[in-house]
Design a protein around this ligand. Structure first.
Ligand code: NAD
Ligand code: LMR
Length: 311
């Protein structure tokens, strides 16, 4: 199985690292526009093989899309990350042009690939990729919910003082500081609602920390995060390539689900070899429905900024 990762920067390289280390794909091509950069990242990663014991072949190329031919999955991480104090939405001006040209190029050589969109603002870039390429909606998946949900589980585990793997929780809605919706009501500690262990005030703090999880890391690191983003992409790619049919919150095109149309936004999906195999239209409470509608309004508003690029 072949995966192309466009953008060999922090997230792209971290994702290639996890994919190879965990043996998720037999072949990974890293592609970057910066001369020699992807080649260097691939060489460095391949020199881990004997110590960590993986067999994946990682190749790096400078803008040579022919080398990405016949990829099963293409991950788009190319573009700029935010700096402290910025929102993800401020990246649209530069990243929209990059994502559109990359999507066109990869499809020329891998017409059957499933595309995973990572570049920010991710929901808007996912919508752009779908509209610009005309691909069926099961083949374009925005990655954000997997990361936000893992951050939610992390903050819950800290509040509970228990391991995050014993915590089950999901974030839906937009992948933005004010648009994501941690589903606190449905979060559990080994099947027991977390509300049995944490007060409303503690749960509200966890939800707020989750929503600004990316901004917190950007403030600490000077650029946005990459280890958890890379691992989250690899988790999603694993479910596609190995047809695991995991339920993962992904940004996908809605067609009536959650009362929304013509928008890519995070909802629980079954992810398998065909990409998005099912969208789970779960019952939300009135306040969750209200939050989802508000989140969708904000995401839809950003899509309006694509009119010049989509024509
Ligand atoms: N969806 C998410 O959950 C999530 C998580 C983390 C980061 N991100 C986003 O992912 C993107 C990448 O973040 P990063 O930290 O890896 O940034 P980075 O700067 O480390 O890497 C980006 C890479 O893209 C390359 N690039 C730029 N234009 C290109 C083009 N036209 N073709 C090929 N490569 C090109 C750059 O040379 C660079 O190496 C950002 O937009 C960031 O906001 C999203
Ligand atoms: O925070 C960012 O800008 C990057 C990414 O979307 C994240 O959540 O880590």
């Amino acid at each position: 199985m072949k995966v192309t990762v466009v953008g060999a920067g922090n997230v792209g390289a971290s994702c290639a690292d996890v994919i190879s280390y965990r043996g998720i794909a037999s072949e990974v091509v890293l592609l970057d526009i910066r001369e020699g950069f992807a080649e260097g990242k691939a060489m460095d990663l391949m020199q881990c093989a004997t110590n960590t014991g993986f067999n994946t072949v990682i190749t790096g190329v400078t803008n040579d899309y022919a080398k990405t031919a016949n990829s099963d999955v293409v991950v788009i991480t190319s573009g700029i990350p935010r700096k402290p104090g910025m929102t993800r939405e401020e990246l649209i001006g530069i990243n929209a042009g990059i994502v559109k040209s990359v999507a066109d190029n990869v499809l020329t050589h891998s017409p059957n690939a499933i595309i995973v969109v990572v570049s920010n603002p991710m929901d808007t870039m996912t919508y752009l990729t779908l509209k610009a390429t005309g691909l069926p909606k099961n083949r374009v998946i925005g990655m954000g919910g997997a990361l936000d949900s893992s951050r939610f589980r992390y903050y819950l585990s800290k509040a509970l003082d228990k391991p995050s793997n014993d915590v089950s929780a999901m974030v839906i809605g937009g992948h933005g500081d004010t648009t994501m919706i941690p589903l606190t009501r449905l979060a559990s500690y080994n099947g027991i609602p977390v509300s049995q262990f944490l007060s409303e005030e503690e749960l509200a703090k966890v939800a707020s920390a989750t929503m600004v999880g990316g901004a917190t890391l950007t403030g600490l690191l000077g650029t946005s995060a990459w280890y958890a983003p890379g691992a989250s992409v690899a988790y999603l790619v694993d479910s596609i390539l190995n047809d695991q049919k995991k339920m993962i919150a992904c940004s996908v095109m809605l067609d009536g689900e959650y009362g929304q149309d013509d928008i890519c936004i995070g909802v629980p999906c079954i992810i398998g070899k065909n990409g998005v195999e099912q969208i789970l239209d779960i019952n939300l409470s009135d306040s969750e429905k209200e939050a989802f509608a508000k989140s969708a309004d904000a995401v839809r508003n950003m899509n309006g900024d694509l009119s010049s690029i989509l024509g």
